[in-house]
Design a protein around this ligand. Sequence first.
Ligand SMILES: Cc1cc2nc3c(=O)[nH]c(=O)nc-3n(C[C@H](O)[C@H](O)[C@H](O)COP(=O)(O)O)c2cc1C
Ligand code: SF4
Length: 433
Amino acid sequence: MGKQILLKNIDVPGLADFQVYRKLGGYTAVEKALKTLSPDQITEEVKKSGLKGRGGAGFPTGMKWSFIDKQSEKAKYLVCNYDESEPGTFKDRHIGKLNPHQLIEGMILGSYALGANTAYIYIRGELFYVLKILEKAIQEAYKNGFLGENILGTGYSLDLYCHPGAGAYICGEETALLESLEGKRGNPRIKPPFPAIVGLYGSPTVVNNVETIAALPWIVKNGYEAYAAIGIGNSKGTKLISACGHINKPGIYEIELGLPVEEFIYSDEYCGGIRNGNKLKAVVAGGSSVPILPASLILKTAAGEPRLMSYESLAEGGFQTGTMLGSGGFIVMDHTTCIVKNLLTFARFYRHESCGQCSPCREGTSWMEKILTRIENGQGTMKDIDLLVDIAKHVEGNTICPLGDAAAWPVASAIRHFREEFEEHVKLQKCPF
Ligand SMILES: Cc1cc2nc3c(=O)[nH]c(=O)nc-3n(C[C@H](O)[C@H](O)[C@H](O)COP(=O)(O)O)c2cc1C
Ligand code: SF4
């Protein structure tokens, strides 16, 4: 088994309890940071560790923190993105449910580094059971002097609040999240300015994913060199992968970045191979928003190199032959899967979740769903396939937030790699599956 950082103690009974977490070395990173390190030293540690944001875009965390204007007289905020609504992604809920103090410890470290005295965890409304666990853990942290006024007598103070969303996927987009947190409709903001300059209540703000924040205690405790020694290339550390679909062992796995995709799918340690010994057909490697790849391109790059679970290797070949690590939602499809039907399911989701602010996304997601419904029901024409490609091209890059791209990429990539299957639907005037 590879190095375990995030899930190391996850099976310890009662881990959500403060005393159990503390006995296992919990909150020692906060003690170390607040008593021996300056906020800038922590930012530097995180920068050098090579940690990238685990919410989907993979932006370097330390660099994002350094965009905060520390001299600004305004309050600074750290906001944890616990929206987790991307289809295929179900990793963050695991941390909050079983190891909430790891996230709280990470929130204290991040807030201290940013000079924030107030921090928020914005959690998806459907994860109400996790919210309850987190709120209890936050109360324990207050009671034991790790939150509130003058933490550990160091003069540093922090208040941490949980805020439930109302179940909209778009509220996972960081600026929509901030709007929602401010009590408004979750419409994404036009960027720039980015949240580091104008964020929550107009103040400098960092939004980070749950998994990103949960990695901080280990990095501060063990030092950046230890973290940077794990992984491959510019993909440092470990990554949670939520694996689902036609595999023998769906679940949440912590992998060292750089693990071969083939090993991840077929070894008993991870997915345990394809159900019923079926043939692998395709994989959506990073949540529903990333390009789908056929078996031939997910196991090996176009150049014939083994494909690895890393930011660089999955992206190898650009969108022509590659994809993205994204949020780590790994959806596996066997040879019985109808790609058109699968794509229609995604398209329906994006049409439903579009906030409707910009026309290419509002209209484009609706048209894509309608045309895919036609093709899947045997009423499509060959022209419809090109029309889909054309719509996807006009949506991509022409919207306020990346939801438009997220809707367009799956369509463009499915037709790029599985065009014959769309044509077969048209020729047969029905779904061949
Ligand atoms: C439509 C949409 C939904 C998103 N949903 C989430 C989400 O549920 N969780 C998350 O961490 N990031 C989500 N993101 C990415 C965030 O905008 C942001 O990049 C991320 O929270 C930054 O954290 P990180 O740097 O730690 O990855 C979403 C983005 C888009 C466009
Ligand atoms: S791309 Fe879609 S979800 Fe994003 S702002 Fe525009 S309409 Fe809203």
